[in-house]
Design a protein around this ligand. Structure first.
Ligand code: B4P
Length: 191
């Protein structure tokens, strides 16, 4: 398995965060989640957190400017030099272009984009279940449906963007977490 600069794409609840954590552990490279970084900023009440809070609670995207800055800073840290799992970034074409610039500056590029496919009713059910367990402010049915609309409008176009670059690998996101994990490792190993 040679891929170490990996990004994960998929609708909310498609399994990005779950699979990113498993993969990062297996490959010994950092899991970089813009969602986790933004939630930490909200809890710490930093200027970024104060700006992001209401946007996230409404199921909208935080501004490209903020997200590109926090992801760029994190990718410049030493541990990301040996590879990374990007989870939830990029989410817009502007973010994808910014990522290409950041990686080009450090003489690197993405090895692949793993796209998790799963049907919308299943993701709603998964996120409602997470709401019972974790109580995340954006895991209620109305906000989940808004996040899915935002995904279709702003993020789904990235599928064609990465396909054109020969980086897109689709992974069926249905099944248990273990089954999806096996499919993810299989997808990285190639045909
Ligand atoms: P994220 O934290 O990225 O949240 P998410 O899309 O809902 O997915 P997540 O990765 O957490 O969940 P997963 O599918 O693994 O973003 C949250 C918000 O932050 C965004 O709405 C936005 O406001 C902001 N944001 C983040 N990045 C941004 C960016 N780049 N630009 C702008 N704004 C940004 O898992 C969901 C649930 O399903 C879990 O409970 C899990 O246990 C379960 N699950 C996973 N796989 C399963 C399986 N196979 N079977 C059953 N359940 C499963």
């Amino acid at each position: 398995m040679t891929h170490t600069r990996i990004m994960l794409l998929g609708a909310p609840g498609a399994g990005k965060g779950t699979q990113a954590a498993l993969l990062a552990d297996k490959l010994g490279i950092p899991h970089i989640s813009t969602g986790d970084m933004l939630r930490a900023a909200v809890v710490a009440e930093t200027p970024v957190g104060l700006e992001a809070k209401a946007v996230m609670e409404a199921g909208k995207l935080v501004s490209d400017e903020i997200v590109i800055a926090i992801a760029g800073e994190r990718l410049a840290e030493e541990d990301a030099g040996k590879g990374f799992i990007l989870d939830g970034f990029p989410r817009t074409l502007a973010q994808a272009e910014a990522l290409e610039g950041v990686l080009a500056r450090i003489g690197s590029g993405l090895d692949c984009c793993l796209a998790f496919t799963v049907d919308s009713e299943e993701v709603v059910q998964r996120l409602l279940k997470r709401a019972e367990i974790e109580g995340r402010a954006d895991d209620n049915e109305e906000t989940i449906r808004e996040r899915m609309r935002v995904y279709d409008d702003m993020t789904a176009p990235l599928l064609a963007h990465y396909e054109k670059r020969g980086l897109l690998v689709e992974v069926p996101g249905r099944g248990t977490i273990e089954e999806v994990s096996e499919a993810t490792i299989g997808a990285l190993a190639g045909p």
